[in-house]
Design a protein around this ligand. Structure first.
Ligand code: COA
Length: 162
């Protein structure tokens, strides 16, 4: 099997058990997985970049082939810099498809040697996203099962301070 470095980019505001499910799957497939916080200009994150990074590191500390990073700029340029030939994205439902299709084709146009691979999370995470978790938490609804322990505590603390 080839030694492939893969990148798993996202906003991770915050990392959820759904993201972790994808990361664990990717770790079984690739030699190295770089989980990287990417800047989506259309989003205003709740957690600062450093804290999101720290939460990813704490949550993935059991995985020996994970590296955590962040970048600003074009994803394909970052992948080139890291000598990564694969971009991993999670595909949860049909509603993800159009957006992911467009991103994947754009990235292929920018660098045809980089392949986007879609992984499906366990069905119990297929409807989950970070905004939903933040919204539920703000109403004090139960979100424990959606989040790694450390993230759950940080989110609760953050909301208590508001
Ligand atoms: N479990 C739970 N939630 C998941 C998930 C999973 N397995 N997979 C995705 N999500 C959620 C995220 O939490 C996020 O939720 P939110 O919108 O409520 O925050 C949502 O699905 C999708 O976001 P994410 O995966 O974080 O990606 P994004 O759309 O915010 O970011 C980038 C996409 C950053 C990768 C893309 O904008 C990018 O590459 N930017 C860099 C600039 C660039 O190269 N642009 C050209 C790209 S074609």
């Amino acid at each position: 099997m080839k030694k492939i470095t893969a990148i798993y980019p996202g906003t991770f505001d915050p990392i959820t058990n759904g993201h972790l499910d994808i990361i664990e799957r990717a770790c079984r497939l690739f030699e190295k997985v770089i989980v990287t916080i990417a800047v989506n200009p259309h989003k205003t994150p709740m957690f600062p970049e450093d804290e999101r990074k720290e939460m990813i590191s704490l949550t993935t500390s059991h995985l020996k082939n994970v590296e955590v990073d962040s970048y600003h700029g074009l994803l394909v340029r970052y992948a080139e810099e890291k000598r990564a030939s694969v971009i991993v994205r999670g595909l949860r439902a049909i509603s993800d498809f159009e957006y992911e299709f467009q991103m994947s084709l754009t990235n292929t146009k920018l660098n045809p040697d980089i392949t986007t691979i879609f992984l499906m999370p366990n069905e119990k995470f297929s409807y989950l996203n970070s905004s939903l978790v933040r919204e539920l938490a703000s109403y004090d609804a139960s979100i424990k099962e959606f989040l790694p322990d450390v993230v759950y505590k940080r989110l609760k603390k953050k909301l208590a301070r508001r």
